[in-house]
Design a protein around this ligand. Structure first.
Ligand SMILES: [Zn+2]
Length: 407
């Protein structure tokens, strides 16, 4: 992947209190809209008060990123799915602790012509207006002397997991890491009735956590417990730090096209492989691996990280891949008794989040949010708890087999 270029950075503030009040309520974003055309497009965000905003552009793919303090987004869930002018779509959400982000996808290289906040009415409300105009790729790359904005440091990200300064591991208990996909700024797949993948998988993850705790005998960890973005690297890092014995990543799929949306449904279990089992799985992995780009993380470091991971992966894969396959086998059986499975329920592809150095891992696509039946079911607590119980039962079978095999 090409090195991403930060085109330009603009920072602005308005109406900031001299000293932040200790009991200040969270600011709200109450309206977001696009105006203009292909010559000049304006992104507008109405905020309950003046805030510090940092705006910058990124390439590969071309995006405009707005970083703001932690906000409550009171917006129509469908807003941002329809583009206008130079903008194809935008999304918003929590990016890291105390940091919200808006990611605006553009049709090509753009420059931020202006970014300003103006008061709305007589209250504290302000309207942020970011004006974009087209620019050629060469000028975009040359940039405007702006530096790449810093990603939040590891310390800040880490503190999002309250349980992180972990209790020392109880060696006798296998560690199960549950990984609800996406979160915060990255909604994942969006259903036909605007249900977000990130919401469904978090609900199932929490049910699975409870089910495993209820069974007992496991040390259960989660890569996220809130609607917050967690990068793929961090998910891998958490799993390694927790010394996982099993890593379960939860996702939900979607498929384009009305005809497919009506007929394609059911769950699929993926394990890691260098070469995808089929073209559909390869595309699936590509889509899931794009999570960091969707959240507006520059791809500059990706090459180096991937290399390190590939080395680890090569060293360990033989041992762990057998265990991953074992679990996938048990899981397909259990899950197949409970919910609709896809036509080929066990597949493999190069999912980044499954590139664990030591933990056997699977990624479960629970169903298709693009399918009316699947989407409706997946939002019900009854379905979520049924799925969680099946996965928990598979975990139990898997570990009891491994214990029995041990000399
Ligand atoms: Zn996903």
């Amino acid at each position: 992947m090409a090195i991403a270029t930060a085109g330009m950075t603009i920072a602005l503030t308005m109406g900031l209190a001299a000293a932040p009040s200790k009991v200040a309520a969270k600011a709200e974003a109450t309206d977001a809209r696009l105006t203009g055309d292909k010559a000049s497009t304006t992104f507008q965000l109405t905020l309950s008060e003046g805030l510090m905003v940092q705006a910058f552009t990124l390439a590969d793919p071309y995006r405009v990123i707005l970083d703001l303090p932690d906000l409550t987004f009171q917006l129509d869930p469908a807003v941002g799915q329809k583009g206008r002018g130079l903008v194809t779509a935008f999304r918003y959400g929590l990016f890291a602790e105390n940091k919200s982000r808006v990611v605006i996808d553009t049709t090509g290289p753009v420059k931020i012509t202006s970014a300003a906040m103006t008061r709305v009415g007589s209250g504290k409300s302000v309207r942020l207006a970011v004006v974009l105009s087209p620019i050629d790729a060469a000028s975009f790359g040359a940039g405007t002397g702006a530096t790449r904005p810093q990603e939040p440091d590891a310390g800040a990200k880490r503190s999002l997991r309250a349980d992180k300064k972990a209790t020392p591991r109880e060696r006798s208990k296998p560690v199960v890491v549950i990984d609800p996909g996406h979160g915060g700024i990255d909604p994942g797949a969006i259903g036909i009735n605007n249900v977000f993948e990130k919401t469904i998988v978090l609900a199932v993850a929490k049910q699975l956590e409870s089910a495993l705790i209820k069974i007992g005998g496991y040390d259960v960890k989660m890569t996220r417990t809130d609607d917050v973005f967690v990068s793929l690297d961090d998910r891998l890092e958490y799993s390694a730090a927790d010394d996982a014995d099993l890593f379960i990543s939860l996702h939900a799929d979607s498929i384009e096209g009305k005809k497919f949306a009506e007929s394609v449904r059911g769950a699929t279990i993926y394990t890691l492989s260098d070469k995808a089992s089929d073209e559909q799985s390869r595309l699936m992995a590509e889509k899931e691996n794009a999570s960091d780009l969707i959240a507006g993380i520059a791809s500059a470091n990706q090459g180096a990280n991937d290399q390190v991971q590939n080395i680890l992966f090569d060293l360990m894969k033989r041992e762990t891949s057998n265990f991953s396959a074992d679990f996938s086998h048990v899981l397909a059986k259990r899950l197949g008794k409970t919910i609709t499975m896809s036509r080929i329920p066990r597949r493999s592809a190069g999912f980044k989040v499954l590139k664990q150095s030591h933990a056997p891992s699977v990624l479960i696509e629970l169903g298709y949010v693009s399918n009316q039946n699947d989407e409706q079911q997946m939002t019900t607590a009854a379905w979520q708890s049924k799925v969680a119980s099946s996965i928990a039962a598979a975990v139990q079978i898997y570990f009891s087999k491994r214990t029995a095999e041990r000399p």
